[in-house]
Write a protein that binds this ligand. Structure first.
Ligand SMILES: NC(=O)c1ccc[n+]([C@@H]2O[C@H](COP(=O)([O-])OP(=O)(O)OC[C@H]3O[C@@H](n4cnc5c(N)ncnc54)[C@H](OP(=O)(O)O)[C@@H]3O)[C@@H](O)[C@H]2O)c1
Length: 261
């Protein structure tokens, strides 16, 4: 077999249908491009419709088709509509990349109940509801794949004060991933997570543009630099691949060695 055919048989996504949330910016936009480039038809989801349309136009030369759906995933009725949209626009779902997320920076002793709940609602509850809504379609797939985007702060506490709610939500997302892996294995679905360290996006720009903070964060990274969104491509394709069917319930840090200390 030619090496390109071999790699295609392992990692190609032709004919696969993917939903990527939080695709209007940052890591989600990059991961949508990865899947479309690998041949998947992708439904990109976020609140900012114009950003989604711009990304879809940028990706129009990819092998996979890119469709858009604007939704606020904090709203459970929007999640139900998203599942309908996936069925209507893609004809089902083989790969769910549950990436939309948020953070606020308030210390535990001063955080309001409302702020804590908002983070948990999107970073945890919406991820469960979304996978639940897409579960019938993932069951129909020959190789259903859930890739949850957690964080190094799903594996340990934040080195920055004020990210308590975010850290709790990402730890819980790791728990959700492992539970999905266990409960849905018999349906032919695998569930894994990627745990990134710091990557420059809208979510992290305030922290990374602050020189003192940026230096401190790099000091926790053996490779002494932040990641680039395209550096998630290989982990994503690995977990989304039909050939990775025996990889289930794992959390893969893509973190320049942060969790290796
Ligand atoms: N960047 C990092 O260093 C890093 C590290 C570890 C983990 N992560 C995780 O990676 C994921 C993506 O973050 P990012 O860094 O790429 O940040 P980002 O650029 O701010 O992207 C967040 C995405 O989520 C969407 N979103 C936010 N609230 C939403 C809602 N209520 N409904 C629907 N979509 C919503 C945003 O789109 P709209 O505003 O258009 O809705 C945006 O597309 C998050 O789960 C984050 O926790 C990031």
């Amino acid at each position: 077999m030619q090496s390109k055919d071999y790699l295609h048989s392992l990692f190609g996504c032709q004919g696969r249908k993917a939903v990527v949330t939080g695709a209007s910016s940052g890591l989600g936009a990059a991961m949508a491009g990865v899947l479309a480039s690998a041949g998947a038809d992708v439904l990109i989801v976020a609140r900012r419709a114009e950003r989604l349309e711009t990304l879809a136009a940028e990706l129009q030369d990819c092998e996979g088709a890119v469709h858009t759906f604007s939704a606020d995933l904090s709203d459970s009725s929007a999640i139900a509509s998203l599942a309908e949209e996936s069925q209507n626009q893609l004809g089902g779902c083989d790969i769910l990349v549950a990436n939309a997320g948020t953070a606020n920076r308030v210390r535990l002793e001063t955080m309001s109940e409302e702020d804590f709940t908002a983070v948990m609602d999107l970073n945890l509850k919406a991820q469960w509801l979304l996978a639940k809504a897409l579960f019938p379609q993932l069951c129909q797939s020959a190789a259903g794949r859930i890739v949850n985007i957690a964080s190094i702060y799903g594996l340990g506490a934040s080195v920055v004060n004020g990210l308590g709610a975010y850290t709790v939500s990402k730890h819980a997302l790791v728990g959700l991933t492992r539970t999905q892996a266990v409960e849905w294995a018999r349906h032919g679905i695998t569930a894994n997570a990627i745990a990134p360290s710091y990557f420059p996006t809208e979510l992290t720009e305030t922290a990374l543009e602050d020189e003192t903070m940026s230096t401190r964060l790099r000091s926790f990274t053996p490779q002494d630099r932040f990641g680039q969104p395209e550096e998630l491509a290989t982990a994503l394709l690995f977990l989304a691949s039909q050939a990775s069917g025996y990889v289930n319930g794992t959390i893969i840090p893509v973190d320049g060695g942060w969790t290796a200390w």
